[in-house]
Design a protein around this ligand. Sequence first.
Ligand code: OSB
Ligand code: MG
Length: 368
Amino acid sequence: MKIEKVELRQTKMELVSPFETSLGVELFEEHIMVRIDGDGLTGWGEVVAAPSPSYSYETLTTAWHVLGDFLIPSILGKEFQGIADAIEPYRWIRGHRMAKAGVEAALSDAFAKAKGISLSKFLGGTRKKVPVGVSVGLQSSPAELIKVVAGYLKDGYKRIKIKIAPGRDIELVKAVRKEYPEIQLQVDANSAYTLDDIKMLQALDDYNLQLIEQPLGYDDIYDHSLLQQKLKTPICLDESIYTVSDTRAAIELGSCKIINIKPGRVGGYTESIKIHDYCASKNIPVWHGGMYESGIGRGGNAALASLPNFILPGDISASKRYYKVDIVEPEFVINNDGTMDVPTKPGIGVEVNLNLLDKFTVRKTIYS
Ligand code: OSB
Ligand code: MG
């Protein structure tokens, strides 16, 4: 396929409810949509960088810069046989994984469409439905949290993840467990604690949590190994894992028993699959994280999560859990059994609604 044109759009979509974590509060989701055209085909990808460098050092501005000045010029006008040679021209760029992942997603969508197969099949997925859960932000009180969780359980979600932060942790977990002794429950600290908080973290062992996500430093692997030795609950790393090499270090050191994979965080599907395969070879389950993607990114997430070692439910919720209207048709929905159907049509398997996309676009540049 020849890469004839690339379009970048920064979008701004209002969330149905504010999302609070230990990193701050979000009311809108601003991402960059990548559209790649060639051979009469169109591929779509989503760059999950945020306005500020909080979850990741990347921002909308750094991603736009790296995309426009380095990533897009490296592939524009060139002809590629497949995804392996299409990502080669920009492999020299260090870091900036969210920007790279958006490009690899758009390329993969286009290549899958060229073959007439779903992205799931293109990536090596084996399942038609994937188990999904919901990530619940910090709420104003334990009572409010119970109300919100009740709503999601009613919607069909079988796994609840709650965000925790210092001073807003054990009592939230206690309240949810009291109300729902049996549900699959996990917590995400987004790096809010240190080894000095070991007493509180050990107290979480009493609540039968599926996992504790990223309790310590966002770039730490070693301290997590010390913590895991002192906890019964499995630690799952999110922020600390960028590569299969990080994954190997974390598993060999005993820093975690579970890995969260987000293609944006690790630089695309190719690295995601390497991490998935390595974890499978070590009997380490993985699950698919989320970055509040629009339907464009969500289609890719559902496809990747259909690979066999994505064992635990993903943070891949229905479109309406995030947005009043999504920019794809059909929107993503959840089944009664807590699963989501993996799209079967070619590529990401959903159509982008260009009118709606225009409505949410705040900045656009075309490269050709
Ligand atoms: O830590 O998993 C996280 C969203 C943005 C940044 C980081 C995280 C999250 C989520 C949301 O937890 C998951 C979702 O998309 O539903
Ligand atoms: Mg997380």
